[in-house]
Design a protein around this ligand. Structure first.
Ligand code: MG
Length: 381
């Protein structure tokens, strides 16, 4: 029986992780749950899964949680430091990090302990601090297993050969809701951007998907997870989201992983890796799908993808500055303060202004993250 802690348990990935666990109660139990502020959801999850510990990121509402729980109350931690403490607890064998954005960095680092498996659904922490996270994972003897569907596919496909036999990684991209559509990005609405054709996800990642910054972040994530340089990581638009990614080996063989677009599949694989168990996701019927389409990304219409490649090549703190500007830009767009077309402009502006630090420390990264985020917000006031 493996004990699991879920950070961000009220979000889309957190809830789906609990769904997977609910079908595998002989294999997994819940040690800890953390949410920023969703008390109601957390209370229900506590009743269903009986965790030993919970953490609520927003300190001001921890009393609300205490009052909502009458009996069988788990230990309650609160604040950022409470979430970090929960992540660091050795009682859990597996930590699922499903926190959105750069806020996941410190909990990610806290979860990297000898013998622990960190299942990461958070791409931003690798994007901004891959150079610190990956050596730490190797050094302490932890495991880092991606939940992101593309990286789960790359992991599964890469098992068909050795590292030195990998020629390139091919990340598939749905293209988001605007792929192939002649839409004016100056006037497109938040609702339009939130209508993802294949995946049900949180708002931040859905907007990233519409700008294709999500794929840019994933290119950087793949670079760190698989130690492959950017010129050997390609993006292939595949609107059906059935092929989740492909590894090409030196002999020209391409191994692809396919499945229905359902996050419970990569979540379950991250939990059971390297084993496989029957689960919730129905079989893919390719005859029913009928047709799979592929095309090159449209870099002109979706400049965020190239911005991400450039930030990865600039190295050091550049991806951190880019990510912070993107988090700010997405928030401003969701709040109706800027147009969709303004998002890449704000990223370019932030990267032009940013003086790259070649080997940023954690403190450098947290400072740049805060500074660039605030500066980007101020720039539109
Ligand atoms: Mg993905």
């Amino acid at each position: 029986m493996k004990r699991v802690t879920i950070l961000g348990s009220a979000g889309s990935i957190g809830r789906q992780t609990l769904d997977v666990i609910s079908r595998m109660r002989d294999e997994f139990s819940v040690y800890g749950l953390a949410t920023l502020n969703e008390v109601e959801v957390l209370v229900r999850q506590i009743e269903d899964f009986r965790p030993d510990v919970v953490a609520i990121g927003d300190k001001s509402i921890s009393n609300e949680l205490r009052e909502a729980l009458r009996e069988n109350t788990p230990e309650i931690l609160s604040g950022d430091e409470g979430v970090i403490e929960l992540a660091s607890r050795e009682n859990a064998d597996i930590v699922v990090n499903a926190i959105v954005g750069a806020a996941a960095l410190k909990p990610s680092l806290a979860a990297i302990r000898p013998g622990t498996r960190l299942c990461s659904a958070n791409k931003e922490s690798l994007v901004i601090a891959g150079h610190l996270i990956m050596p730490r994972v190797a050094e302490v003897g932890a495991e880092l297993i991606p939940i992101d569907s593309e990286h789960s596919a790359l992991l599964q496909a890469s098992l068909a050969g050795r590292y030195d036999e990998i020629k390139r990684l091919i990340l598939t991209a749905s293209g988001g809701p605007f792929h192939g559509k002649n839409i004016d990005f100056e006037t497109v609405t938040v609702n339009d951007a939130l209508k993802h054709p294949n995946w049900a996800m949180g708002a931040k990642i859905t907007v990233d998907s519409a700008t294709m910054m999500n794929k840019g972040l994933e290119v950087i994530e793949a670079h760190w997870l698989f130690d492959i340089p950017s010129d050997r990581i390609d993006v292939l638009v595949h609107p059906e989201s059935i092929i989740h990614s492909i590894v090409e080996f030196v002999d020209g063989s391409q191994i692809a992983q396919a499945g229905l677009p359902d996050m419970r599949l990569p979540i379950q694989y991250a939990l059971t890796y390297p084993d496989r168990l029957p689960g919730a996701v129905p079989s893919l019927n390719l005859a029913e799908v009928g047709q799979l389409n592929f095309s090159e990304p449209d870099y002109r219409r979706f400049p965020c993808l190239l911005i991400a490649y450039d930030a990865l090549d600039a190295g050091g703190s550049a991806p951190c500055a880019m990510n912070a500007a993107n988090e700010a830009a997405v928030r401003l767009f969701l709040e109706g303060q800027i147009s969709f077309a303004e998002i890449p402009r704000l990223l370019n502006r932030a990267l032009t202004k940013h003086a790259v630090i070649p080997k940023p420390t954690i403190d450098d990264i947290l400072a740049i993250n805060k500074e660039v985020f605030e500066e980007t917000v101020r720039s539109v006031e």
